[in-house]
Design a protein around this ligand. Structure first.
Ligand SMILES: Nc1ncnc2c1ncn2[C@@H]1O[C@H](COP(=O)(O)OP(=O)(O)OP(=O)(O)O)[C@@H](O)[C@H]1O
Length: 444
């Protein structure tokens, strides 16, 4: 074969032949693939296991923390680990000790017989401390894909419920009541929080800011030589949330509540024993203080002293005595104490209590305003708007109704339409009655 014939292009017939062969090979390969896929379905399931991977990031796109991320971490730290892994992080805050997974580590949880493998990834952005360790980035959950429904429908809700219950338990505060000279305490989760409290939002924010400031001021109180305590006088009609506010403060600060019934305290020594028996980081609540110490104080009417007064120091408990007593006692042994007095009738209070500097903050808990109503509607029915809202807003501007009365109406039905209609009728009825009373007063 000459050089020229070797380099010459193949004939058209040969080229067609090669093309046909190539097509046949490709078709056979495709057929094998289909066959192999079909056979794969016939193989036992174990052999075709696929892994499902879910990434749980710590922050949403807008930078806000993601709820399930923190729930999952809390669950892993307390329920799965840290015994499941060799290396753990330790954080100590006050009396609380917290162990958590080291970023990059993996642990396995078994739920309903299925294995769930959790891995913490390392954050690319942040580094923790001087040891150069990466802060945790996101969580990665891997499991057999055939259990996807179980994972999403049962495992994830189980984690959230478990952590939710745990948080409630941890949020529980102790509520004490006086029995003789000692306190009788129960641990419970009081439902009142600043979220559930219906009141003017600016006032609510002001109270929260005041509490925050108080907590941070240990050095300040030490410097000025005063007891680290804060006093709040809550006044307003019955059913406006004064007791609820005291409980919301306790929940917010994680302080225990001491509900002091002064009618049961007959002598100064009894009072002293009770005050000494209180823990730090606590709130002392004395309700209806006007009934305990009115303007016609026992100080001015010594005959009005407590029944056992003669058996003790010879003096009954007086308001100024109580205040000085508390100051004196707490200055030696107490840290982070709050005292809350409530009254429905500020006019009847002993002037000593109203003197500047006695109670740090006077808070008026008033009738249900529009903003307060919106908080209740959101909490009871998860609604921010309703066709009856304009009418309710108008009525609330004219009628004196307490948040307790509004709450009671909203509780009458789980159906928002029904409950809000009942509230409208209740407000209309109340408006008529209040107008009737006003015109009768005018006639007098
Ligand atoms: N501002 C409020 N926000 C939410 N719920 C409230 C509010 N005020 C009253 N309630 C509801 O009414 C109930 C009674 O309220 P609370 O005892 O706190 O009122 P109070 O002003 O302390 O009344 P009293 O002066 O009679 O002790 C509460 O358990 C709560 O359900």
């Amino acid at each position: 074969m000459g050089l020229s014939s070797a380099l010459a292009p193949p004939s058209l017939g040969k080229a067609t032949e090669r093309y046909k062969k190539a097509v046949t090979v490709a078709a056979e390969a495709a057929a094998y693939t289909v066959l192999a896929r079909g056979l794969l379905h016939l193989l036992p399931r174990r052999k075709q296991r696929r892994v499902k991977t879910i990434h749980i990031s710590r922050e949403a796109d807008d930078g806000s923390p993601k709820r399930f991320y923190s729930d999952a971490r809390a669950y892993l730290n307390t329920h799965v680990g840290p015994h499941a892994v060799g290396e753990v992080c330790l954080a100590v805050r006050g009396a609380r000790r917290r162990l958590s997974m080291v970023p990059g580590d993996t642990m396995t949880d078994v739920f309903e017989g299925v294995e769930f493998k959790w891995t913490t990834t390392r954050s690319r952005r942040r580094r923790r401390g001087d040891d150069g360790r990466h802060a945790p980035g996101s969580l990665v959950l891997c499991f057999d894909a055939e259990h996807t429904d179980l994972a999403l429908d049962r495992y994830v809700p189980f984690i959230m419920a478990t952590v939710g219950e745990e948080r409630l338990r941890q949020c529980a505060i102790e509520i004490f009541m006086n029995m003789g000279s000692s306190w009788n305490g129960i641990t419970r989760h009081h439902p009142a929080t600043f979220d559930t409290l219906a009141m003017d939002p600016a006032l609510k924010d002001g109270i929260i800011a005041d509490l925050d400031r108080f907590l941070k001021r240990r050095e300040y109180y030490r410097r000025i030589g005063k007891t680290w305590k804060r006093g709040y006088l809550l006044y307003g009609p019955s059913g406006t949330g004064k007791s609820s506010l005291a409980a919301a403060m306790a929940n917010y600060l994680h302080f225990n509540l001491y509900d002091l019934d002064l009618s049961e305290v007959h002598t100064n020594s009894m009072l002293q024993r009770l005050l000494f028996g209180m823990d730090n980081r606590s709130i002392l609540v004395i309700e209806d203080i006007d009934c305990c110490f009115s303007a016609a104080s026992r100080e001015e009417n010594p005959d009005d002293a407590g029944p056992d007064s003669s058996s003790d120091s010879g003096k009954g408990i007086t308001l100024s005595g109580l205040l000085n007593f508390i100051d004196g006692l707490w200055s030696t042994c107490g840290e982070q104490r709050i005292i809350v007095f409530t009254t429905t009738c500020k006019d009847r209070l002993d002037p000593a209590l109203l003197r500047p500097g006695c109670m740090d903050m006077h808070i008026y808990m008033g009738y249900c305003c529009w903003e307060a109503f919106k908080t209740l509607a959101r909490n009871y029915f998860l609604v921010d708007d309703h066709v009856l809202f304009p009418e309710i807003q108008e009525l609330l501007a004219e009628v004196e109704v307490t948040p307790a009365e509004v709450s009671e109406m909203l509780l009458r039905s789980e159906d928002a339409d029904v409950a809000l209609q009942k509230l409208v009728e209740f407000l209309q009825d109340k408006k008529m009655k209040q107008q009737g009373e006003a015109s009768r007063d005018d006639e007098k």
